[in-house]
Design a protein. Sequence first.
Length: 348
Amino acid sequence: MTFDVRARLRDGLVIPAHPLALTAARKLDERRQRALTRYYLSAGASGIAVGVHTTQFAIRDPDVGLFAPVLELAATVMDEHEAAGGRAPVRVAGILGGTTQASAEAAVARDCGYQVGLVSLAGLHGWSIEQLIDHVRSVGEIIPVMAFYLQPAVGGRDLPFAFWQQLVQIESVVAIKIAPFDRYSTLDVIRAVAEAGRGDEIALYTGNDDHILLDLLTPFQFGSGRMLQLVGGVLGQWALWTHCAVALHAECRAAVSTGAIPRQLLQTAAELTDANGAIFDAANGYGGCIAGIHEVLRRQGFLEGTWCLDPDEGLSPGQLEEIDRVLAAYPHLADDTYVTEHLDGWLA
């Protein structure tokens, strides 16, 4: 590790959740995969998360076998970026499965140069709190952990306050991605960090794609305790329009530092939530979430199609029309001009 990853995370980072570029045959499109990574780095993202939900959990299937190749490909592009004088991004790898699988994935990620493991508890629905805590602790012996509250609608599970009380005591936990898409659950996580007195050690990141800017703008205080703030995000929504996302993140950080929140920023927060609802297919239980991200990236020229590894996964009925609506309503949220100017170079 060439820098203090805890310090970088506490600075507040824009971390896109990296999608998976596929051909019509549902094979990895390496050229377009590289182009996406180059785009995020060029647009100013200060970290990249690979092997996460947006990358599709199915990359781990033995018949697919893309977990290590996708991590390695993104790492190579990040190496090139650093060699050319770019600032080193924080490298986050998604970690999934039971303890044996998760530990093996953490080792692969570490060996590929990733500094943080985003540990998803998806699929561990029958596990007790004690088992989950032991699981996270085991992974943390291999790689620093960003804990993850994944919303149940896409495979996560409800995690009570008692779980977070214990989790925040694990020394290897350097950050938490809070993504239950639920205000009560979001408060549970932040309160656990506050009551443990670890606000200076554990960086808080939003994964609530439906509440991005308001998460970043809201001060959180419980009783007379220390004020806490969500400082950045690890977001599928930031896998597109990233150049504008970086600017919005900077606006939020500036507003927090001055204590004055512009009315326009609150309006933009609502607009971004509306846009996310269409792209993530909230009306259909997020069934078309990944395909929606792909559709926007396809229109910008990054992808040739919206294909997912699962041939049954795609856009929901009516989702395309909703995406048309929000793209027309909020052109200022998109970075189409920036992408058009640089796309050929990223694809080279």
